[in-house]
Design a protein around this ligand. Structure first.
Ligand code: ASP
Length: 326
């Protein structure tokens, strides 16, 4: 069965999280209260619950939040049915899969890769950029060269199913005109707190399907797609990256937490900021997920349909985000 991104979000998430659809009721959705125990893994999109569960396994085993989130994100990157991350990600207008990822630890160290081709786990390349170089960001051919020199192997990331989807799109759009399409993108953004109370964040995506070759989204831009400040909290973004970049969204969310807002209030603030300039644009969707050092979490999106995944000692569940435009 071909699993589309939306199906993946709806069914994959609920099945793997062991939840029935009616458990997505308002009474169990908007988490603002501190979770029991300090270990927590939370991620954009309900379909990533296997990733938060993998990250949590690592946290439970005493691993740090950086290794935990990397392991979690790799689950999504390796999954060919997830058509917006890693292997199986939908390609750009030329039929080439290009990936973006970034990672940040509790000391403020950061690494990222943009527009990397042929490497299935960009989150791990981003981690290596952070650990082995003096730089923060590598892109394109340079990022791939760095990955190959550091033991990553080159793979064809375009699955048969993604190739067919691209071919169908191409037939209908012979001139390859890029259009924003709410259905053809998503990002896994994962935040984790470990048993030393250290917070890390990471994101990974194939970006907008049918994008112009060379387009880089918000995900590898530190402060836009993801930001972590170990004193206050962290945030990750998903959705049309151009709008997130223009408002430096994740940094904004974290700065609002620094000012005293809860994660929920901070996400709402950042979405409202985007809405100011994107009022009439119904084609886009943006969602933020944030946590603070107390383990409080929140999520908010522009429109209906955004979900997120949470795994703690007590539970592993998919939640529906509140949204701005009713
Ligand atoms: N933010 C990603 C990008 O613009 C896509 C998404 O999360 O939907 O590349």
């Amino acid at each position: 069965m071909k699993i589309t991104r939306r199906d993946f979000v709806k069914t994959g998430a609920l099945v793997s999280g062991g939840l029935m659809a009616n458990q997505l009721s308002p009474s169990n959705i908007f988490g603002r209260q501190p979770v029991d125990g300090k270990l927590i893994a939370v991620a954009t999109w309900g379909g990533t619950i296997k990733s938060t569960e993998k990250a949590f396994e690592y946290l439970k085993a005493g691993k740090n939040s950086l290794d935990a989130l990397e392991a979690g994100i790799r689950v999504a990157e390796d999954d060919p049915t997830n058509t917006s991350v890693g292997y199986g990600g939908l390609p750009d207008e030329d039929g080439i899969v290009t990936l973006d990822a970034s990672i940040m630890d509790w000391n403020g160290n950061a690494g990222s890769v943009g527009c990397i081709e042929g490497i299935k786990n960009p989150i791990s390349v981003a981690k290596l950029v952070m650990h082995r170089t003096k730089h923060v960001m590598l892109v394109g051919g340079g990022a791939k060269k760095f990955a190959l020199e550091n033991g990553f192997k080159e793979e064809n990331l375009l699955t048969e199913s993604s190739r067919k989807t691209w071919e169908e799109w191409r037939k209908k759009n012979p001139h390859g005109v890029y259009r924003v399409d709410e259905k053809n993108h998503d990002t896994i953004g994962l935040l984790a707190i470990d048993n030393s109370n250290n917070l890390s964040g990471g994101v990974s995506t194939s970006g907008m399907a049918w994008k112009l070759h060379g387009r880089v989204g918000d995900s590898p831009i530190i402060g836009a797609g993801m930001f972590v400040d170990n004193e206050f909290g962290g945030a990750v973004a998903t959705g049309n990256g151009e709008f997130v970049m223009r408002t430096v969204g994740s940094f904004l969310v974290v700065e609002k937490m620094r000012d005293g807002l809860s994660p929920q209030e901070a996400c709402e603030y950042a979405i409202k900021r985007i809405y100011k300039t994107a009022k009439n644009n119904r084609d886009i969707q943006i969602g933020y997920v944030a946590i603070n050092k107390k383990g409080e979490y929140g999520a908010f999106s522009l429109y209906d349909g955004f979900t997120y995944a949470l795994t703690t000692e007590k539970e592993s569940k998919v939640m529906k985000s509140e949204f701005l435009v009713k």
